[in-house]
Design a protein around this ligand. Structure first.
Ligand code: ZN
Length: 362
């Protein structure tokens, strides 16, 4: 995500341009300059910038509605395929999710109505617009109508998919609503794919994209759904084997082979947690150094979790650092468990076989 330039900030949300967006603008500008001279190039660039202004306003529709429900959005990224508002989370109440999802397309409805009023365009004129010879206002109007129609297709990741999920969730549980909405989205994806075969290859690409996005949405929702009910303490493996920082790596290898554990909390002489040693670090040390090297020299830093922390946030933080495991410690700094990606993945399998499974431990 570093290939993006920050161009401004509105109410705490950074607006960033992906580098491919600039390349796309340059490409359009150069192509039209070669085909029609400077006036044509400027006209297309102005048109594209106005289109992306509409896309940005659409995203800020979601962002502003999200903020009403206490959801912050650190950034919105613009790329040639559209805008993505990186909201911290979706509100959990279906009514709020529906309002956040619908707020984006409603912005395009507002823009379309303003264009129709200001430029005196009625529905009959719109139907007869020839896009290639249309005025800038007419073309922008068409773009906004297409954005509305496209976003209301009831398939993730389009806004219509979220609207559908929220409406289903009002009548059934959130988990079942997501599964059903994802299936419907995948049904639409197949329709797009078949239409693409017959008509336009771009639709095939869109179909494949929607199909995988729907699956990913289902998995993500399954994770947040079950993680929301749980704490780190519910998901950790209790009482892991620990190592001392002064012990040699050979002792760590013994511990590795004697149990299914792959990551080991490391303590200093005063029993404070000083790091975490994993299997790869042991093997690298054996290969490149010596089995007598103290564990404290090859371990990595850790940021112990508390058992009462919400699982979803703690897990995202751990994965965000690229770690597969993290130490869980009580208030006094004593090791009481280990949270591992493997254990969370197993919980996900249980959850998908039996949604709503009680993982809570005492
Ligand atoms: Zn949207």
């Amino acid at each position: 995500m570093n290939w993006a330039l920050t161009i401004g900030r509105i109410a705490g949300t950074r607006i960033r341009l992906h580098i491919t967006f600039l390349l796309f603008l340059a490409w359009i500008g150069i192509a039209d300059y070669l085909a029609g001279g400077p006036a044509a190039a400027i006209e297309s660039i102005v048109f594209i910038l106005l289109v992306f202004l509409c896309v940005t306003l659409h995203e800020f529709g979601h962002i502003a509605m999200g903020r009403r429900f206490g959801v912050n959005t650190p950034q919105v990224i613009l790329s040639p395929i559209g805008g993505i508002a990186a909201m911290e989370r979706m509100p959990e109440k279906p009514r709020q999710e529906l309002l956040v999802a619908i707020a984006g397309p409603l912005v395009n409805v507002a823009i379309a109505l303003v264009l129709m009023a200001v430029f005196g365009l009625g529905l009959r004129q719109i139907a007869s617009i020839d896009f290639d010879n249309a005025t800038l206002a007419e073309r922008l109007l068409i773009v906004n109508l297409v954005l509305i129609a496209f976003n209301l297709v009831p398939a993730f990741p389009m806004d219509g998919g979220r609207v559908l999920r929220a409406m289903l969730a009002m009548n059934m549980g959130a988990a079942r609503a997501t599964v059903l909405a994802a299936r419907i989205g995948q049904g639409f994806a197949m329709v797009f794919f078949v239409l693409g075969l017959l008509w336009n290859p771009m639709l095939m690409v869109v179909g494949v994209f929607i199909y995988f996005a729907a699956g990913a949405e289902e998995q993500q929702a399954a994770f947040t759904g079950f993680a929301a009910r749980l704490t780190v303490g519910d998901a950790m493996e209790p009482s892991p084997v620990v190592l001392q920082a002064v012990q040699p790596v050979s002792t760590a290898i013994d511990a590795l082979l004697a149990s299914p554990q792959k990551e080991f909390p490391v303590l200093d002489a005063a029993s404070h947690i000083v790091g975490l040693l994993d299997r790869d670090q042991m093997i690298l040390c054996l290969r490149d150094r010596d089995a007598g090297v103290p564990v404290g020299e090859v371990m990595r830093d850790c940021e112990p979790l508390l058992p009462g922390e919400p699982l979803g946030e703690a897990y995202s933080r751990m994965r965000g650092r690229g770690a597969n495991a993290e130490v869980v410690a009580d208030g006094a700094g004593r090791v009481i468990g280990l949270l591992t990606a493997e254990n969370v993945a197993e919980m996900m399998m249980v959850e998908s076989a039996r949604p709503g499974w009680r993982f809570r431990r005492n």
